[in-house]
Design a protein around this ligand. Structure first.
Ligand SMILES: [Zn+2]
Length: 148
């Protein structure tokens, strides 16, 4: 049994439609939601927006976006190839944001607790993480996973 169906193909945008509901699960089109950040020109104003857009980047295999939104000091350690392989092998099945602390437009730090569901080798898995985000020069970055 799959939650909420799996409307998305994750293979390089196949069947991708800008007017479809955003993969992050918000009741908005991709263009009005995470597409503003993945394709520009906007930048997330809140940690939750960045978290959602990073999930969508996994779905659409936008590995460059995942690197560019990492805390700058961590970017050299980011393994593009391994991340691309992992994102491509999994079939992303939905995102639930459970809790948000700070991370608003006026904050400099914040955390987002979420669950991302994915199918891997025919099995449904849940990745649960409390992510820490920090702002630098007015821009949000993903720093690391922290204890809940
Ligand atoms: Zn979205």
């Amino acid at each position: 049994m799959l939650p909420e169906g799996i409307p998305w193909r994750n293979k390089h945008g196949r069947e991708f439609d800008m007017t479809q509901t955003c993969p992050c699960g918000r009741d908005r089109s991709y263009a009005d939601c995470c597409g503003r950040f993945l394709d520009g020109p906007d930048r997330p104003e809140a940690a939750e927006e960045l978290m959602r857009s990073r999930y969508t980047a996994y779905v659409l295999e936008r590995i460059d976006y995942l690197r560019d939104t990492l805390w700058p000091r961590n970017q050299p350690l980011f393994d593009m190839a391994a991340t691309a392989r992992w994102a491509g092998e999994n079939h992303w099945a939905g995102l639930t944001v459970i809790d948000v602390r700070d991370g608003g437009p006026a904050d400099r730090e914040g955390t987002v607790l979420f669950e991302a569901r994915f199918l891997s080798a025919g099995q449904l898995h849940t990745h649960r993480e409390c992510s820490r985000f920090k702002k630098k020069k007015g821009r949000w970055f993903y720093v690391e996973a922290v204890p809940e």
